[in-house]
Design a protein around this ligand. Structure first.
Ligand code: IPM
Ligand code: MN
Length: 379
C-alpha cells in the first residue's frame, strides 16, 4: 500500500508527517548513575507523550558493569548502539570509559551552564546578593589537553616518575574558541578566556581566541589567568557570561558552579561534536556514599536532558522541564544534597520537604500530566 493511503494509526512512526521521533541511548554506569538516569528516562517518557514526539530509549553498558560483562569499560557493542542515535544520556562512572567515549565521538565542546535557582540562593556558600543575576556558561574543551597528551610512568636510574603532557594544537583551541564566541554572541556578548600564559607560554589561548574573535565584533574578549579567574568567579560571579577553558582548567573551574548553584547535584552538561551529536549528563560523579539509597538528586541529569531537548530544537519542552523544576524548588521540595545543615526551615519561613529520587519523579509526572489535560472552562 502506498504510504499516502495508509491510515496514520497503521503507519510506522517514522513515516507520519510531522511526527518527531528520537532514539537515545542510556548509559547508566556506576554509583548513583543508574538511579538518576532511570529517573530522567521516566520523566522524558512522560514528557514525550505530552510534547507530541516519540522516544526510544536503548540501554548499554559503560564503566564497571561493562568491565564485568565484556572485560572493557567501553565495549564496541556500546559504541555501536550509540552510533546513529539522537543522543546519549549518561549516568556516572568513576573513570573508565568516559574519556574514551568523548574521544570516540569527538565531543570537543562541553557546555556547562550555571544559573542559580531563585529558591536556592541560601543553599550557596556565596552571599545571596552576589548570586541574583548569575547566568554563567562554562565552555570546556573536552577531547584534548593534558587528559589526552603523552603520558606515562618511567624510571630514571632509581627514580620513578610520572608525566602527563598538556598539548594543544592551535586548531583545537581555535575550534572551541569559535563555539564559545558563538555562544557569547547569542548571550551577553562577553567571553572570558582562562589561560596560564605566565607559566605556560606555548599555549597562547589569548592570542588564538583574539584572532578568532575578529569574526565576532560584538563580543568582548577578556583573557584572564586561571588562578585569578577562580578567585573572581567566587567573588563576583554575576560579572561573567561565557567562560572558555581548556580541558583541565574547565574541569576545575566548572565545579565552582556547584558552589554557586548550591549543589553540584543540580548541574547538567552537554558534550557535542561538530555535527551537533551529543552526550548529556550531570556534572556530578558516582557519589558512592549515597548510591543505592534512592536519595540521589536527579535534577543534574535532568538538566543534561534539558540541554538535549534544546539541542534537538524542542525548546518549549525544555522550558516545561525548567518551569516544573523551579515550581518544585519554590514549593520547598529538596533532595538530600540540598538539606540545610542547621534546620529544615527555609529563611522565608517556607517549610522544606526532604524528598527521595522517586518523589521528585512523581512531582514531575504529576505536573506534566496536569499540562496535557485540557483546562477546565475551555472544554
Ligand atoms: C567531569 C569529571 C571527569 C573529568 C572525570 C570523571 C574523568 O570530573 O566530567 O567533570 O575530569 O572530565
Ligand atoms: Mn569534573
Amino acid at each position: 500500500m502506498p504510504t499516502e493511503q495508509m491510515p496514520t494509526e497503521q503507519m510506522p512512526k517514522e513515516q507520519i508527517p510531522n511526527q518527531r521521533h528520537y532514539r537515545i541511548v542510556a548509559l547508566p554506569g556506576e554509583g548513583i548513575g543508574p538511579e538518576v538516569v532511570e529517573a530522567t528516562a521516566t520523566i522524558l517518557r512522560a514528557l514525550a507523550d505530552q510534547a507530541g514526539f516519540t522516544l526510544t530509549i536503548d540501554y548499554a553498558l559503560i564503566g564497571m558493569p561493562a568491565q564485568q560483562a565484556f572485560g572493557t569499560s567501553l565495549p564496541s557493542e556500546t559504541l555501536q548502539i550509540c552510533e546513529g542515535s539522537d543522543g546519549i544520556l549518561f549516568g556516572a562512572v568513576t573513570q573508565g570509559g568516559l574519556l574514551e567515549l568523548r574521544k570516540h565521538f569527538d565531543l570537543f565542546t562541553n557546555l556547562r551552564p550555571v544559573r542559580p535557582s531563585p529558591s536556592l540562593l541560601s543553599a550557596s556558600p556565596i552571599k545571596a546578593d552576589r548570586l541574583n543575576h548569575v547566568d554563567l556558561l562554562f565552555v570546556r574543551e573536552l577531547v584534548s589537553g593534558i587528559y589526552f597528551g603523552e603520558a606515562g610512568r618511567e624510571r630514571q636510574q632509581q627514580n620513578a616518575y610520572g608525566f602527563h603532557t598538556m598539548r594543544y594544537a592551535d586548531e583545537e583551541i581555535r575550534r572551541i574558541a569559535r563555539v564559545a564566541l558563538q555562544q557569547a554572541q547569542t548571550r551577553r556578548q562577553h567571553l572570558t578566556v582562562a589561560h596560564k600564559e605566565n607559566a605556560l607560554p606555548h599555549l597562547p589561548w589569548s592570542r588564538l581566541v583574539a584572532s578568532e574573535a575578529e569574526a565576532f565584533p560584538a563580543v568582548t574578549v577578556e583573557p584572564m589567568l586561571v588562578d585569578n579567574l577562580a578567585m573572581q568567579l567566587v567573588s563576583r560571579p554575576g560579572d561573567f557570561d561565557v567562560v572558555l577553558a581548556g580541558n583541565l582548567f574547565g574541569d576545575i573551574l566548572s565545579d565552582l558552579g556547584g558552589a554557586i548553584a548550591g549543589s553540584i547535584g543540580l548541574l547538567g552538561s552537554a558534550s557535542l561534536n561538530a555535527d551537533g551529536f551529543g552526550m548529556y549528563e550531570a556534572v556530578h560523579g558516582t557519589a558512592p556514599d549515597i548510591a543505592g539509597k534512592g536519595i540521589a538528586n536527579p535534577l543534574g541529569t535532568l538538566a543534561g536532558a534539558t540541554l538535549m531537548l534544546k539541542q534537538w530544537g524542542e525548546k518549549q519542552t525544555a522550558e516545561t522541564l525548567i518551569t516544573i523544576r523551579e515550581n518544585m524548588l519554590a514549593q520547598g521540595y529538596r533532595t538530600h544534597d540540598l538539606r540545610p545543615a542547621a534546620d529544615t526551615t527555609a529563611s522565608a519561613g517556607q517549610p522544606l520537604k526532604i524528598v527521595t529520587t522517586s518523589e521528585v519523579v512523581d512531582f514531575f509526572i504529576t505536573q506534566i500530566q496536569a499540562r496535557s489535560q485540557p483546562c477546565k472552562g475551555q472544554e
